[in-house]
Design a protein around this ligand. Structure first.
Ligand SMILES: Nc1ncnc2c1ncn2[C@@H]1O[C@H](COP(=O)(O)OP(=O)(O)OP(=O)(O)O)[C@@H](O)[C@H]1O
Ligand SMILES: [Mg+2]
Length: 251
């Protein structure tokens, strides 16, 4: 079973620690929450795991292998997919193309074959489109396949981001505020999907400010404040921890 382990992860900006000696585990089959006030270091953690930022100290271990020195594309190839807090889609491309762009890791064609437009390329294209449509159906967006991503509502754009991440068939899914700006019905739909992904064996790390959402979904949560882990445990007990209450009231 997959598990992602952060060991003593630290990162500074200027003289200040954005993340300090953070150790935690994101196990497969579970939804792990990472919460904390604004500026606590949550997105920095995701960027460090994904290789967009380099660690100053510590390591990121996936299934026993230290991946912290790898470039972002190799980390993605190792099975880690993420969404961005600030949505990053190809706004002028269709929803289907955006989702399919997440599949390039599984491209089995060569440059020559693509230039020649070989049958193998067309077959793979159909296969990828099929898989993308499967994701669209799962996210209730089948009828949006040919809409431009930039024309969609915020909530739908977030779903496209999540589908693109899933298109890579990741072992680990890092979600940076995936339900921000969604209503309760939309976020409940996504909670069910995240739960079922965990049941399929994905290791899910969820960053979220909506506490009822976190408490209802996460098996285990970790609370960051000023870059440091101040509490860990099942959501109900971690959220009652006096240090956690103080961290939130202080901001
Ligand atoms: N690229 C950067 N350069 C300099 N400082 C940065 C950079 N990225 C983040 N920081 C700082 O690191 C700290 C943690 O930021 P981060 O974005 O990780 O917080 P967060 O927990 O995701 O907050 P939010 O809930 O608002 O998204 C903040 O003080 C932020 O200003
Ligand atoms: Mg953030």
């Amino acid at each position: 079973m997959t598990s992602l382990v952060l060991q003593g992860m630290s990162r500074r900006f200027g003289g200040l620690f954005a993340v300090r000696e953070l150790s935690l585990e994101v196990p497969s089959g579970k939804v792990t929450g990472l919460i904390g006030p604004n500026g606590a270091g949550k997105s920095t953690v995701v960027n460090l795991i994904a290789g967009l930022l380099k660690l100053d100290a510590g390591s990121v271990v996936l299934d026993g292998q230290d991946i912290s020195m790898l470039p972002p594309h190799r980390i993605a190839a190792a099975g880690i997919a993420r969404t961005f807090q600030n949505i990053r889609l190809l706004k002028e491309a269709s929803v289907l193309d955006n989702v399919m762009s997440g599949m390039h890791l599984h491209d089995r064609t060569t440059l020559i074959e693509r230039l020649m437009g070989s049958r193998k390329v067309r077959r793979q294209e159909l296969e990828f489109a099929d898989q993308a449509r499967g994701l669209l159906a799962r996210f209730g967006m089948a009828e949006y396949a040919h809409r431009l991503a930039g024309e969609l509502s915020y909530g739908h754009q977030r779903r496209v981001e999540i589908m693109r991440a899933l298109a890579a068939r990741p072992l680990v899914l890092l979600l940076d505020e995936p339900v921000a700006g969604m209503n309760d019905v939309e976020s409940a739909d996504l909670a069910r999907i995240f739960r079922s992904l965990a049941q399929e064996g994905v290791a899910v790390l969820l960053i979220e400010h909506n506490m009822p959402f976190v408490a209802g979904l996460c098996d285990h949560i970790h609370v960051l404040s000023s870059g440091e882990l101040i509490a860990s445990g099942p959501a109900d007990s971690a959220l009652r921890d006096p240090r956690v209450i103080e961290a939130y009231l202080g901001t």
